[in-house]
Design a protein around this ligand. Structure first.
Ligand SMILES: Nc1ncnc2c1ncn2[C@@H]1O[C@H](COP(=O)(O)OP(=O)(O)OP(=O)(O)O)[C@@H](O)[C@H]1O
Ligand SMILES: [Mg+2]
Length: 224
């Protein structure tokens, strides 16, 4: 489903080179739940962004469903991301001028932009997802009125709106209490079981690690 081959990522800052990823290779099979963990600054978010085509490696390739991302143009890449990948960002990235339901629905509107008749179906699905993450009462609130954990749950619902084949989650339970954390864990587990969704998550949560079919540790830019 996802293949990363010898991924390097470096940043240059006032002539100094910071090597974040130093040759990461990884194959993630369909239906797998891979949990990546490691110290802060180890490059977990960087790796997840590269796997999801949101960032480009300095060296190496990523293939998703057999497609080499470096060979896609911007439009093809955007289409692949919109149709096949759900991304839960570590810092949510909700749009402040839209309410919760609209935030969740947005990727579906982008996908269906030419078919206006889908509007009601999209909102119906967005409402199901808002219920699924336990935020029914908050559907019409604005992001700034929510707590961190609530925004995180909105971000998860938004990542699911297009029924992605691949779900990439960056610390999806990082700001949740244990009850909501277990709830999200169960949602992801069910999604994997019922829809065969491939899941890659960055997490230190023991429940997540237990649920995963494989865990990898990242340190000093390498996996072990
Ligand atoms: N755009 C950037 N420019 C320069 N350095 C960056 C940039 N983005 C990330 N870094 C650096 O790369 C390293 C890895 O960052 P990354 O966010 O991937 O870590 P992480 O493992 O996700 O950490 P955390 O657990 O704190 O979320 C850090 O040292 C960070 O400062
Ligand atoms: Mg991170």
């Amino acid at each position: 489903m996802i293949r990363a081959i010898d991924i390097h990522k470096s940043y240059f800052d006032v002539g100094k080179k910071l090597s974040v990823l130093r040759g990461v290779s990884l194959e993630i099979k369909e239906n797998e739940i891979l949990c990546v963990f490691g110290p802060s600054g180890a490059g977990k978010s960087t790796l997840l962004h590269i796997l999801g085509g949101l960032d480009v490696p300095s060296k190496g390739n990523v293939e998703i469903q057999g497609k080499d991302l470096s060979k896609l143009n911007e439009e093809e890449l955007a289409l692949l991301r919109n149709q096949s990948i759900g991304f839960v960002f570590q810092f949510y990235h909700l749009l402040g001028e839209f309410n919760i339901l609209e935030n969740i629905a947005l990727p579906a509107f982008l996908k269906q932009k030419k078919r206006i008749g889908f509007r009601n179906d999209i909102y119906k699905r967005a409402k199901e997802l808002v219920n699924l993450v336990g935020l029914t009462e908050r559907a019409l609130h604005m992001p700034k009125e929510l707590s961190g954990g609530e925004m995180q749950r909105v971000a998860i619902a938004r990542a699911l709106i297009n029924d992605p084949r691949i779900l990439l989650c960056d610390e999806p339970t990082g700001n949740l209490d244990s009850e909501n954390g277990i709830n999200i864990c169960n949602i992801l587990k069910r999604l994997n079981k019922e829809n065969n969704t491939t899941i890659v998550l960055v997490s230190h949560d023991e429940n997540m690690k237990r649920m995963a079919t494989r865990t990898v540790f990242i340190k000093d830019g390498l996996l072990n």
